[in-house]
Design a protein around this ligand. Structure first.
Ligand SMILES: Cc1cc2nc3c(=O)[nH]c(=O)nc-3n(C[C@H](O)[C@H](O)[C@H](O)COP(=O)(O)OP(=O)(O)OC[C@H]3O[C@@H](n4cnc5c(N)ncnc54)[C@H](O)[C@@H]3O)c2cc1C
Length: 337
């Protein structure tokens, strides 16, 4: 049995940021991930300036692809306009590996299945023991399943379904494009160029709304790729998209039970408007670590439920998403017992 102060399950942005802060604070930390890194993570790989700040990310010394857009091109029904909002793109295959390798924790490849609490300690599959455990393993996180599912059931109406593909591509248009609510999609489609000839194209929408209409995300994918072809964004490419589903920010009541914590997608923290989950994952990872290190409350109050936070952009997106997407926001709190 290997013993640590804290075991973090999941080595994505929530897990690696939590582990880094814990290790910096002097805790002995293990991160368990079922995949060998670098690993593929389905994600557009758009990151905000806040993510760069939160990570204290040194762009100059980052050894992988990093792209900066000075604005975003938005397509909405018959209108196309530019949102003056500098943003960045990375490849998750590279970014997550970089964060995990630099987190300062011991990393193990381990598919965590069974977690039990015995004599005040958490035991994972009879192989790891710790006084504190952090669930950061995404939608199907075993810590969520074991300690939080009953207390914090997932809201079906906040489940996002996605299809996407990232591939090497000699793109002509280097800007980031978003298409909102095209042909009734309860969400949006994206074209996100990465540095050095990689491209990510995908769509996401509220699964429940699609189902209620007898609609299908694949139908929207076929339409989207035909738009990419017709408008000259991507031609002559054979797609093989993959899907993943995750939960947007809902009524998060319980994120800590005794010394068990959840962070990132295992809570369901992606924003209601743009389904942005990397920033909330990192912040919640830090908040969980602070709580473990200082005994402070683990609260998600400082993690916003919307990406767009400025004037009319926010009002407009909240209105459009209330009509077409996942509706109004609620914020999260924590309890400990
Ligand atoms: C198609 C798509 C596009 C997206 N685009 C964006 C975007 O552009 N920008 C953005 O901010 N957000 C985006 N998101 C959301 C974002 O990807 C997630 O919110 C974010 O990855 C959450 O981070 P996390 O660390 O909580 O979980 P993850 O990144 O999912 O990491 C969880 C880790 O846990 C591991 N794991 C799972 N189960 C176990 C287990 N039983 N034992 C051990 N390890 C386990 C997994 O291997 C994985 O490495 C997108 C999501 C999708 C699906």
């Amino acid at each position: 049995m290997r013993k640590f102060d804290v075991v973090v399950i999941g080595g994505g942005p929530a897990g690696s940021s939590c582990a880094k802060r814990l290790a910096e604070g002097g805790a002995s930390v293990a991160v368990l991930d079922r995949e060998a890194f670098p690993r593929t993570k389905l994600c557009a790989g758009w990151i905000t300036p806040e993510v760069v700040d939160d990570l204290r990310f040194d762009i100059q010394s980052y050894p992988h692809r990093f792209n900066t857009f000075k604005d975003i091109v938005v397509h909405l029904k018959w209108f196309t306009f530019r949102l003056d909002s500098p943003q960045h793109s990375i490849r998750r295959y590279e970014f997550d590996d970089y964060l995990l390798k630099n987190c300062g924790a011991d990393v193990f490849r381990h598919n965590a299945k069974h977690i039990e609490k015995s004599n005040g300690a958490y035991v994972i599959d009879g192989a790891f023991e710790c006084s504190h455990i952090v669930g950061a393993a995404g939608t199907r996180c075993p810590v969520y399943r074991t300690f939080f599912r009953e207390l914090n059931p997932r809201a079906r109406e906040l489940q996002a379904a996605t299809l996407e593909q990232e591939f090497p591509f000699d793109y002509g248009d280097p800007r980031c494009h978003l298409w909102f609510f095209d042909r009734g999609l309860p969400g949006y489609a994206w074209y996100v160029p990465k540095a050095d000839g990689y491209l990510n194209c995908g769509i996401g929408g509220i699964a429940d709304k699609l189902k209620a209409r007898g609609d299908d995300i694949k139908r929207h994918w076929n339409h989207f790729t035909s738009v990419l072809h017709e408008k000259g964004f991507v031609r002559g490419f054979e797609y093989a998209p993959r899907g993943y589903s995750y939960y947007l920010r809902g009524n998060v009541d319980v994120v800590r039970v005794d010394n068990a914590f959840i962070a990132g997608d295992s809570v369901g923290l992606a924003t209601r408007d743009l389904c942005e989950g990397i920033g909330p994952a990192i912040r919640s990872g830090y908040r969980a670590a602070d709580s473990i290190l200082n005994g402070s409350e683990y609260s998600l109050e400082s993690i916003g439920a919307f990406s767009a936070d400025r004037g009319w952009v926010r009002t407009f997106l909240e209105f459009m998403f209330a009509r077409n997407g996942a509706g109004a926001a609620r914020t999260g709190t924590s309890t400990s017992s």
